[in-house]
Design a protein around this ligand. Structure first.
Ligand code: FAD
Length: 567
């Protein structure tokens, strides 16, 4: 617990991966540090994420990457909107941060050699290897803090329970050679963990974002770093020009905590703040479309920084991720949001606007598909939300936003009330068009065109499946193009796709040392911001998987180094 008037060298606000990395680092550089978390769990969105980090020039890449190439790629992605110095700070510190995490915190990462950058055609892009996944972590090492770690989403676990790494998930979903063995091993390890099974159904093995957050939390546990949940930053305190600490609300009491050396804001974006979304993001928008945990990230740190005159940047941007609603099967009248990361690239589907027309390459990255949705609505005024349409063959083989493939979860096992409210089903394309309210001739024409592309293997309208990123999410068993398949076998299906997000990316403007800047471009002494409460180093882009968590952790590392005077 913490007491009013307590004094630390550093206060870290928010317990996502960036915040917890920073708290570990601060301790290791000899600083006393307090971590405060507003919700009743540590880990934030980071804990429910895929856990991937994007690390240019990482050690696993050997000679395949270099500083000039990585910088050229980041410049091509950010299009002059981010100072070179800040891009260079990222490239130069990402791998040292990973080495620190592995060497001192005990959380290692491995490069995913086949995961391509998201803009394969831009200068400096790599066809794989810059994305790194965290090693699995034994939750038993966390002691009581295991129960304070945010649980991963059920949909990202096998049968809603068993953790799996991205590599294992990919082996199973793409039916790589040996995948049945991977599946059996996972089930076996879970089922035979008898002592843990007596305690809880929740898996002891932490993977993906839970490994990331769990591994960093384990570091704090081992170090005995003071950390509190249900403790919310209300505002910052200042003496003259310098930030001196924070007012924290806990158990209905406001406490002033002093920070002698600095406050690091790591409190996430504003995606769960309906008012701020309305003020800043493209319209229409809804906080219920976000895939992030409710209601953590409401822009508190951005507001607190603003009160001290901090400048803001990129407030109209988010890490877009098309999403669909999925009603809860356990709790009546509640629903979750599921990001549609992979299914857009699989063959036998297409996405149309409310006018029944395709408008983009569906297989592009989730962030760019979000921009395509916005651009299409702004151009045509047809409506922002769109429809993913697929046939019985697609339904049988692939996941759709949390509805498992029909061979695992057939229609008869889905709640009847989901039909024609969550997943629309019809005997013909014309009937489907009527149910979802799009013009039938236009939808029929879009489907017929796609069926032609599936035969030739060439999407002459939008180039789906033409690049290495698209094909990563294709089905390698489908020829001639792994992303193109006919939509021809009844019944036909559709799900509504909304403009979801995995966090906003506009916030407090910071420099290459993660210092918060005022409107005149001067650092506010003692104030740092990292992660989604800071204006992203990636501007509008999403260079590759892990491009949100990589910077959050790297600039957390940089901020503490700056505070401690260590470079
Ligand atoms: P968070 O991790 O959300 O942490 C912020 C914390 O601050 C929260 O715990 C919040 O409760 C707390 N907080 C808020 N306000 C206050 C306050 N006033 N006082 C104290 N605490 C406060 N990104 C990747 O790079 N790689 C991936 O593989 C990836 N996969 C994803 C998969 C999914 C399903 C989702 C939803 C997201 C994914 N993301 C991924 C995005 C990524 O998780 C987020 O962008 C990232 O976690 C943001 O980190 P953060 O530290 O800024 O915020």
């Amino acid at each position: 617990s913490i007491a009013d008037g307590a004094v630390f060298d550093v206060i870290v606000v928010g317990s996502g991966a960036g915040g917890m990395l920073a708290a570990n680092r601060a301790h290791d550089l000899g600083l006393s540090v307090l971590l405060v978390e507003k919700s009743d769990r540590f880990g934030g969105t980071s804990a429910v994420s895929g856990g991937a980090i994007w690390v240019p020039c990482n050690d696993d890449l050997g000679g395949l990457d270099d500083r000039a190439k990585a910088l050229a790629y980041l410049r091509a992605c950010t299009m002059g909107r981010v100072p070179d110095e800040k891009l260079a700070a990222y490239v130069d510190n990402a791998m040292p941060m990973v080495r620190y995490s592995k060497g001192q915190v005990g959380l290692g990462f491995k490069a995913v050699m086949e995961y391509p950058d998201y803009y394969p055609d831009r200068e400096g892009a790599l066809p794989g290897g810059r994305t790194m996944d965290p090693d699995a972590v034994d939750g038993g090492d966390l002691g009581d803090d295991y129960w304070r770690l945010r649980e991963p989403y059920a949909l990202m676990r096998l049968f809603g329970r068993i953790s799996l790494t991205v590599k294992e998930a990919r082996a199973i979903t793409t039916k790589k050679p040996g995948w049945p063995l991977v599946l059996m091993k996972l089930i076996g390890a879970y089922a035979t963990d008898f002592r843990w099974r007596l305690k809880t159904k929740r898996d002891r093995r932490l993977s993906m974002g839970n490994a990331l957050a769990g591994g960093l939390l384990r570091g704090l546990v081992r170090r005995g770093v003071p950390r509190v949940i249900n403790a919310r930053l209300l505002r910052l305190t200042r003496d003259g020009e310098r930030v001196t600490g924070a007012v924290i609300s806990r158990d209905g009491k406001d406490m002033t905590i002093a920070a002698r050396r600095g406050v690091i804001l790591a409190a996430g974006g504003f995606e769960r703040n309906a008012e701020m979304r309305k003020d800043h993001l493209p319209q229409p928008t809804s906080d219920t479309w976000s895939v992030t945990p409710y209601p953590n990230n409401t822009g508190d740190a951005i507001r607190a920084g603003r009160e001290l005159g901090a400048a803001l940047d990129f407030m109209d941007l988010a890490w877009w991720a098309p999403s669909m609603r999925l009603p809860s099967r356990d709790t009546p009248n509640t629903e979750t949001r599921v990001g549609m990361f992979m299914e857009r690239g699989w063959p036998g589907s297409l996405i149309v606007n409310p006018a029944g027309r395709r408008f983009a390459n569906e297989a592009m990255s989730y962030n760019d598909f979000g921009y395509a949705m916005i651009a299409e609505h702004q151009k045509t005024g047809a409506g922002l939300s769109c429809w993913m349409v697929f046939d019985a063959t697609f339904r049988k083989n692939y996941v759709v936003g949390g509805i498992m493939p029909g061979m695992m979860q057939p229609d008869r096992s889905l709640p009847p009330e989901w039909f024609d409210s969550v997943i629309y089903r019809a005997g013909s394309i014309a009937e489907l068009a009527g149910k979802i309210g799009v013009p039938a001739p236009a939808l029929a024409e879009s489907v017929a065109r796609m069926n032609g592309f599936a035969r030739t293997g060439k999407d002459t309208d939008f180039g789906r499946g033409d690049n290495v990123y698209d094909r990563y999410f294709g089905d390698r068993f489908v020829k001639p193009n792994p992303c193109l398949g006919p939509i021809e076998k009844a019944p036909f299906y559709a799900v509504r796709v909304d403009l979801g997000d995995i966090g906003t990316k506009g916030g407090l403007k910071t420099d290459a040392r993660a210092r918060v800047l005022d409107e005149a471009g001067e650092p506010i002494a003692g104030l740092y911001a990292i992660g989604n409460c800071s204006a992203s180093v990636m501007a509008a882009a999403y260079p590759g998987a892990g491009a949100t968590l990589g910077p959050a952790m790297t600039f957390g590392f940089i901020a503490v180094n700056d505070i401690a005077g260590a470079r």
